[in-house]
Design a protein around this ligand. Structure first.
Ligand code: SF4
Ligand code: SF4
Length: 188
């Protein structure tokens, strides 16, 4: 009570604020002149999505739907059909980027390394449509943002299962072929 009375009478909070302002008056500003000066993006940054292609340029996605099931924003929509040879065809694969929270769960969930998050972050636009990624746009993104070695290394560098670091929680559901040493919570 006494303290708050002193604070009120002497405006100590205002004085503290002014002292801080004065201290920073002569410090060199750190404002970045974006977009003239681009920020350095950390490797593995989670930017715009891309659908990965294999070495023959074929889409890796098989339309299993796991990414969509895991997505907390429910912004992935997959439409499949049956092909002539009874194989599943991914007719449409769409992501509503405006709803995405860039958690990366889709990438983690995909058993085929087929969906990725590129380092591309400059995609602001005035139309909602431009943020609705179709299969074609997502495949183009792979060519644009994961050229050559970058695409090859992406999953290995940022998403490979770190089995030596992985420890199971008690009662956790686990793939049956996981070594017993890991199931027990130890190292491989
Ligand atoms: S990054 Fe997260 S929110 Fe975005 S599409 Fe993937 S799972 Fe959904
Ligand atoms: S991106 Fe991966 S998880 Fe999603 S539907 Fe395709 S293969 Fe399945």
């Amino acid at each position: 009570m006494k303290n708050s009375l002193i604070t009120t009478i002497f405006f100590s909070e205002i004085l503290k604020g002014m002292a801080l302002t004065f201290k920073t008056l002569f410090v060199r500003p750190v404002t970045r002149r974006y977009p003239k000066v681009k920020p350095v993006v950390a490797p593995g940054y989670r930017g715009l999505h891309a659908l990965a292609k294999d070495e023959n340029g074929k889409m890796k996605c098989v339309g299993c739907g796991l990414c969509g099931a895991y997505c907390p924003s429910q912004c992935i929509h997959i439409y499949t059909a049956e092909g002539e040879d009874n194989k599943k065809i991914v007719e449409r694969y769409e992501i509503d980027v405006l709803r995405c929270v860039f958690c990366g769960f889709c990438v983690e969930a995909c058993p085929f390394g087929a969906i990725s998050l590129s380092e591309h972050y400059e995609y602001s636009n005035y139309s909602r449509e431009s943020f609705y990624m179709t299969k074609e746009k997502l495949l183009d993104n792979w060519d644009k943002y994961f050229p050559g070695e970058k695409g090859k290394r992406y999953y290995q560098d940022f998403w490979r299962p770190m089995s030596e670091d992985f420890k199971a929680h008690e009662g956790q559901a686990m793939f049956s072929k996981v070594p017993d040493s890991i199931k027990a919570g130890g190292k491989k």
